[in-house]
Design a protein around this ligand. Sequence first.
Ligand code: IMP
Length: 200
Amino acid sequence: MMNKIVMATNNANKLREVREILSPLGIDVISQAEAGISCDPEENGSSFSENSEIKAEAVYNAYAEKKHENIAVIADDSGLCVDALDGRPGVYSARYAPKGQECARLLDEMNDIPDERRTARFICDITYINGYGMDFHFEGICEGIISREKLGENGFGYDPVFMYGGRTLAEMTAEEKNNISHRAKALGSLYKFLKERQGE
Ligand code: IMP
């Protein structure tokens, strides 16, 4: 197994989270910028797994072309699926409303939806491509309920309207969210997978 992995992201928070989780395995996670790669492929897949694969493959191929060698790559894609909206915003979560207005728009769109039909889930898919170009997927799901109002100041995106165990994710500390979040669960599965292959 390679002990260096490129993360296909320019998001410093995601990079830090992945670094923290994989560092006990002696794996060095570097950003695509640190690897000398700049690419921003169109995320035009119809599922989270298609989109994370598009991002991972773009970086894997760009690296191989530039450096004439292969390197392992991680990419993730995530979003919110609301049952009463037939799974929307789903893969369009980042584009559903202007940044900072996604919660207000969601509450507005769900104004007439009664409490018992406000179920939703965050989904995260991670693609890992190993040094031989083989793809592996790891999914994490966090089930919850869309609240009636924005609550809490922490987190980002839809956290202030996503209730888990009686509180929104924005009312939790980062550590509390990391115990239950879709991204943490997917990363936990990736960690287990890589740990089992150490020494191969
Ligand atoms: P991406 O995975 O960076 O493409 O992000 C997809 C979008 O889903 C984000 O811009 C957020 O709007 C939303 N999202 C994904 N994960 C979370 C989360 O943990 N909390 C709140 N919103 C999230």
